[in-house]
Design a protein around this ligand. Structure first.
Ligand SMILES: [Zn+2]
Length: 485
């Protein structure tokens, strides 16, 4: 199917200022023609360029953790790639970041009835955690599901022990608080370290890292399976203490873990960068439609899904638009943000460096919850803007997806938070669930996404070539129509 949008219907839609005229062609008609060319490419299975370019970069340089050399090499790869497009202006902007090195780390538990008795617990230290010292920390483990449980047990039970936060997955927002604040809460009761059950609903013995807030005790994530093992051991031991006649009770021991982490942190140790790539608008080039993903990743896997897919969907969209016969009126800007995963320094650096042109930002979009089949956007903006976006989405994006608009009262993605709060209409791009095709729930993020999030498994194989192209097409359509209204 070649024609997706009825240009006569489109010309009726009133959005923005009165339409200027280009060589006798109404601007909205031009938009529709260009959008149809973009949509033609959605079904082009021979175009795997978005996936291929992300694969090349991640195969060559690996992960892109803030402050690490791989990040800088990957930035250079993107800037070099963008320089091959004469219509692009690509540059780096400085961002001062902390450096955190994981170094060697492990966790073990002793279960004397097994042979050998030492059981390795796959783990990942949490970003920004302190280390344990070379000797490590060995202590009994007390599982708690909530902060209320921790408080109820109090200093008398917790002091000198390791706390395991073992809440099952409800949503990222519900569970991530234990990863962020578990250590700083548990240290108040004298805990010597914390373990956190990985934030996912599905596990193949996979630990998931992520940031924690600074604390005086270390924190690490363990797998769901080992979290459950520790809970069962703890419960059996306590039952046996109350009732020694339980069969096998003499074999039930307290769960006790040895945690060794050689993590190191260095404050403000490196000047790194955001990546910015502009395609100048044809006549309102000072006005900006911003599309984005974050460039930094964790130091496990290669950050293909989080958030190479989002960053490269935006970048691929810009390439598709550059190949069209007509440029949109406004400038389209791709930003690949630095440091989303810990402190958002890339966002703050951008808003400071561009403070005089924030009012010229017409729209800001980020994609950071996976690039599976596109579904829509959560939008923070006025009711009027949301109604217009909803109409545009229904008009342009029913075939490829990505057009469903949901109103959000909060900034829908982390790196556009300051822009949203400064009054820029902003959208967080959302896919359908990777496995169930379920419509995303609020807050953003689908269960399939969290199988891979912050793990060694966040590799290119999470992303489907055709779905990634569809994301890029949907983002290109949004960018073009918003830049040409
Ligand atoms: Zn992310």
């Amino acid at each position: 199917m070649k024609s997706y949008v009825n240009v006569c219907f489109l010309a009726i839609l009133a959005f923005g200022d009165a339409s200027p005229v280009y060589g006798g062609t109404d601007m909205k008609v031009r938009s529709a023609q260009m959008v149809n060319l973009l949509l033609d490419n959605a079904g082009n299975v021979n175009d795997t360029s978005v996936w291929d370019s992300l694969a090349e970069m991640t195969d060559l340089y690996g992960h892109r953790m803030t402050g690490h050399i791989q990040y800088d090499r990957s930035v250079s790869w993107v800037i070099g790639d963008a320089k091959r497009y004469p219509s692009f202006t690509a540059w780096e902007e400085p961002v001062t970041v902390n450096v955190w090195n994981r170094n060697t780390e492990y966790a073990q538990m002793n279960i004397p009835t097994r042979s050998p008795p030492t059981v390795d617990l796959p783990m990942l230290g949490l970003g920004q955690s302190i280390g344990t010292g070379p000797e490590g920390i060995e202590a009994d483990v007390i599982p708690v599901e909530t902060f209320e449980d921790l408080e109820a047990l109090g200093n008398s039970t917790i002091a000198g022990n390791i706390v395991l936060f073992c809440a099952d997955f409800v949503s990222y927002r519900d569970n991530a608080k234990y990863r962020f604040s578990g250590a700083s809460m548990a240290e108040k009761y004298g805990a010597v370290a914390v373990l956190v059950q990985s934030i996912t609903g599905y596990s193949l013995m996979t630990p998931h890292t992520g940031a924690m807030n600074p604390a005086s005790i270390p924190g690490a994530a363990i797998t769901i399976e080992d979290s459950k093992l520790i809970q069962r051991m703890y419960n059996r031991y306590n039952e046996a203490q109350k009732n020694p006649s339980i069969p096998n009770s003499e074999k039930f021991i307290k769960p006790r873990v040895k945690l060794v982490m050689n993590a190191e942190s260095y404050e403000n140790a490196k000047v790194s960068s955001n990546i910015i790539i502009d395609l100048k608008g044809s006549d309102k080039s000072d006005e900006i439609v911003l599309i984005s993903g974050h460039f930094d990743s964790w130091d496990v896997g290669v950050g293909a899904m989080d958030d190479g897919g989002g960053a490269f969907s935006a970048y691929g969209a810009l390439k598709m638009i550059a190949n069209l016969p007509a440029r949109p009126s406004r400038t389209i800007r791709v930003v690949m943000w630095n440091n989303e995963e810990t402190l958002g320094r890339g966002m703050y650096a951008y808003t400071e460096a561009h403070k005089d042109e924030i009012s010229k930002h017409i729209f800001a979009m980020e994609s950071d919850v996976g690039n599976f089949n596109p579904w829509g956007m959560q939008v923070m903006g006025t009711d009027d803007a949301i109604a217009k976006l909803d109409a545009l989405g229904k008009m342009f994006l029913t075939t490829v997806g990505g057009g469903n608009i949901t109103k959000s009262d909060d900034p829908p993605d982390a790196d556009i938070e300051t822009l949203c709060n400064m009054g820029v209409t902003c959208g967080g791009f959302e896919p359908l669930d990777k496995y169930t095709q379920a419509i995303p729930l609020v807050p953003a993020g689908t269960e399939g996404y969290f199988r891979f999030h912050h793990t060694q498994a966040d590799r290119m194989e999470v992303l489907d070539k055709n779905q990634l192209r569809a994301n890029s097409v949907a983002m290109a359509v949004w960018a073009y129509i918003l830049a040409d209204q």
